[in-house]
Design a protein around this ligand. Sequence first.
Ligand code: TTP
Ligand code: MG
Length: 401
Amino acid sequence: MRTIFHVDLDAFFVTVEQVLNPDLRGKPVIVGGRPEGRGVVASASYEARKFGVHAAMPLAKAKRLCPRAVFLVGNYHRYVEFSHRFMQILGDYSPSLEPGGLDEAYLDVTGCQDCGSWRTLALKIKERIRKETGMVASVGIAACKVVAKVASDAGKPDGLIEVMPGQERDFLAAMPVNKLPGVGDKTGKVLRSMGIDTIGQLADMQDGLFKSRFGDGMAWLQQHARGIDGSAVEARGEAKSISRETTFEKDTVDTAVLKATLRYFAEKLGAELRDMGRMARTVTLKLRYADFETVSRGFTAREATNLDDAIFQSAMRLLESALGKKYRPVRLIGLEVSNFSGAEMQLSLFNAEIKRLEKLDRAIDMVRDKYGFDAIQTGYTLELKRKYGDKRGKDEKLPPV
Ligand code: TTP
Ligand code: MG
């Protein structure tokens, strides 16, 4: 018998903002951007949720529902920092830790000696998180991952639910079917059209009927509905790619803006790769036009790199070939690097030159670490600053104004 904790932070982005600025505590707070923007809610405080505000809702609608809410653009770097601290605390309780995102993780505590009851251990972890980071975590305890995850969600906010072995199916039965991880909008719709509204109904459905509709590949979903999940908690390997993208406040045909944005992304991705001690061979550009047509173009170099400039040059080539001769208004632009290898793998005829550039990039990283990303501007990012001044959001995930 295994014992698995699923730990998920409450209103994560918002709570970080509240820790950084205690004046925001107890207030309706929404992270996602300015309400007059085109973005969506990333995280809403529980005070804002009382008004019906939830994640993925357009900000304009959130503003209508909760006009008094404080709207924040957000600061992704801070969230990553708080996430590290959260994961580090969890890591003290078991080496078997599987992050499911920045603010959630599975922890297999089976065999944890001298822990007292699981409940006591969970309370201890919650207390440490609160004391050391100021954040509030909800915990679900169960013999398998899927039930632990549903339990952490069911207890929010500040939750702690332990599902006893043997009680899994009963625990899940009355919940709406979309509370089961893996049931998204599409599957939920199909299930409801078949008269399946609760997880219990899905569990009770005849295997043959389920398979005829969803195929063998989805059999796990029905097993999950029955509270059966044999999957192990696996310490996650590192990310396979990293990316940045932004939706422009206004669709743009201005290639200077597109180039400057790509330069900014290339610098961010280069710095992140150097931090990770990785290099990437593939650079992928994503463009979404005003009519929502989305194109992706990739380039895989013979050699991996972690240099801002090399990433940027690939991005520029991709941009030129994607735009062609026609000018179409662009709504969103994104850049991704993937196909990683270790930074020690670099083999190049131009090794000395690359080393020099790398040293330069590292020196820039150091200054930026100390004084902020804006401390050093290159010609390209200056273009961004010139166009948008300080009105631009600090977080590259959010749209420039
Ligand atoms: P969640 O854990 O889904 O949401 P939450 O932590 O804000 O609220 P709670 O867990 O109490 O229900 O997601 C974690 C963070 O991920 C969230 O704070 C913001 C971010 N996020 C997005 O950026 N976009 C999204 O669509 C969602 C759902 C979350
Ligand atoms: Mg959360």
